[in-house]
Design a protein around this ligand. Structure first.
Ligand code: GUN
Length: 296
């Protein structure tokens, strides 16, 4: 079998277009412009690239982008003061504090200082609890993007066996909650799981989010399964730096029914879902109808 390639790049473009169309309606009918504030502390090069891309795509969707770049030696008090200011700013509907923060800053403290209604990352402890109890939450962007791709491919996910490999707070755990919310039978596996291959072979839906290059190989994939690769790993091949996922694409694609490539799979969905979450947060703040198909 040769797997269907799930084109996350094209899907993300459709999500961004849907967000932009809804934002244009908000502006025309309500004089409302959703605003996203991104806080970057320090000069981590990868974070700078992410933040620049977020800003560009926010503006392209017709929303306001507020970038706050703080020096690496910013104090906890100054960071918390900025977050309090953004919480109180009516032009800001979404707040994202770029992670990782410099070591002297407590990321839990910063994230939990964000107004949960503006927490477009879905990392605030209130949103984690709301998601875990099946209530309306702000949902982390990467797992939300994976869920959108899966719903688009399968229609209903009810009754399917889902295995999530990885137990991070940002991807693995919320992904499992979302799949449970769509009535999958969910297993969370990780690097210490016994006979990981056998566990993975039980999956109709296999989500790889372990952060280890090409760890999931074709022999771990059930024939016909849908494989979602969240990994982004830089490896050296033949003297060149290449981007690979947590899945060994060639061997997995020979067995799977459908698979996301790296790059061009899950990656582009993350910022698309951040824009969707910002729009959702704005609609909720104003008591307006939420966009269809862009929330869990
Ligand atoms: N750093 C890398 N990815 C993310 C993300 O999705 N959100 C935040 N806040 N920081 C990140």
């Amino acid at each position: 079998m040769t797997a269907t390639v799930i084109d996350g790049k094209a899907f993300a473009a459709r999500v961004r277009a849907q967000v932009a169309a809804h934002v244009a309606r908000l502006r025309d009918e309500h004089g409302l412009v959703p605003g996203l504030a991104v806080v970057l502390v320090g000069e981590d090069p990868a974070s700078q690239v992410y933040v620049r891309n977020k800003g560009t795509q926010t503006v392209e969707a017709g929303m306001q982008s507020f970038e706050h770049k703080l020096p690496a030696d910013t104090s906890e008090a100054d960071l918390l003061a900025l977050i309090a200011e953004l919480n109180a700013d009516p032009a800001v509907h979404g707040i994202l504090v770029q992670l990782p923060l410099p070591k002297h800053l407590d990321s839990d403290l910063a994230i939990n200082a964000i107004d949960p209604a503006k927490d477009v990352d879905g990392f605030h402890i209130s949103n984690v609890g709301l998601l875990g109890t099946g209530q309306k939450a702000m949902v982390p962007c990467t797992p939300l993007g994976c869920l959108m791709l899966l719903r688009d491919h399968h229609g209903s996910l009810a009754g399917l066996n889902a295995v999530v490999v990885g137990r991070s707070n940002i991807v693995g755990k919320p992904m499992a909650q979302l799949l449970l919310g769509d009535s999958c039978t969910v297993t969370i596996a990780h690097s210490r799981t016994k006979d990981l291959g056998a566990v993975c072979r039980g999956a109709d839906i296999l989500v790889a989010a372990v952060g280890r290059a090409e760890m999931i190989t074709g022999d771990m994939v059930r024939p016909g399964a849908t494989v979602i690769d969240v990994g982004i790993n830089r490896v050296e091949r033949n003297g060149k730096l290449r981007l690979v996922g947590d899945v060994d694409y060639a061997s997995a694609a020979a067995v799977a029914g459908a698979i996301t490539p790296v790059p061009g799979g899950v990656g582009p969905m993350t910022i698309a879902c951040l824009l969707a979450n910002t729009l959702t947060a704005c609609c909720r703040a104003k008591g307006l109808p939420e966009p269809d198909g862009l929330t869990a």
